[in-house]
Design a protein. Structure first.
Length: 163
């Protein structure tokens, strides 16, 4: 059985593609790539069909990550096939939980930085879109920091499904 994770931000061209790329690399590095599927989407359709922001692509490539991406909008019907929906900020968290057809589906939605031990109460990954390249670097750092904890949680879920 495949465990499915979807990262969600606003337009699916900055934060969620960065998170998708980083987490996919972590999953592959952990030898879970045959068991865990990773993708991303946006809460809106503003950039549907577009590539990731060139600044996001550049930052990812400079840090050794691969990204093959086309922006899309998250659909309520996807909850049925997803195990975990990872929101990049509290606005996305609220929007996704409102979109969830059932309480069980709403419980699948988590904030990415809730998996980062050093995050404390600051659980939002700021949107780098309207700023400079530094914001994309900061976004990548936050995603990388949270990915270890998220990977541990996903590994535990996957092992629990296999038991």
């Amino acid at each position: 059985m495949t465990y499915r994770v979807c990262f969600v931000c606003t337009g699916n061209i900055c934060r969620s593609p960065i998170a998708e790329s980083v987490f996919r690399a972590r999953v592959e590095g952990a030898g879970l790539d045959g068991l865990v599927e990773v993708d991303s989407a946006g809460t809106g359709d503003w950039h549907e069909g577009e590539n990731a922001d060139p600044r996001a692509r550049s930052v990812l490539e400079e840090h050794g990550y691969v990204l093959d991406h086309t922006a899309r909008r998250f659909e309520s019907s996807w909850f049925a096939r997803l195990d975990l929906v990872i929101a990049l900020d509290s606005g996305h968290l609220k929007a996704l939980r409102r979109l969830a057809p059932t309480a069980e589906d709403a419980a699948k939605v988590r904030l990415l930085r809730s998996y980062a031990p050093a995050a404390d109460d600051d659980l939002d990954v700021p949107d780098p879109y309207y700023g400079g390249r530094d914001g994309f670097e900061e976004c990548l750092e936050m995603v990388e920091e949270a990915s270890a904890g998220l990977l541990a949680a996903v590994r535990e879920d996957v092992e629990g499904q296999m038991a």
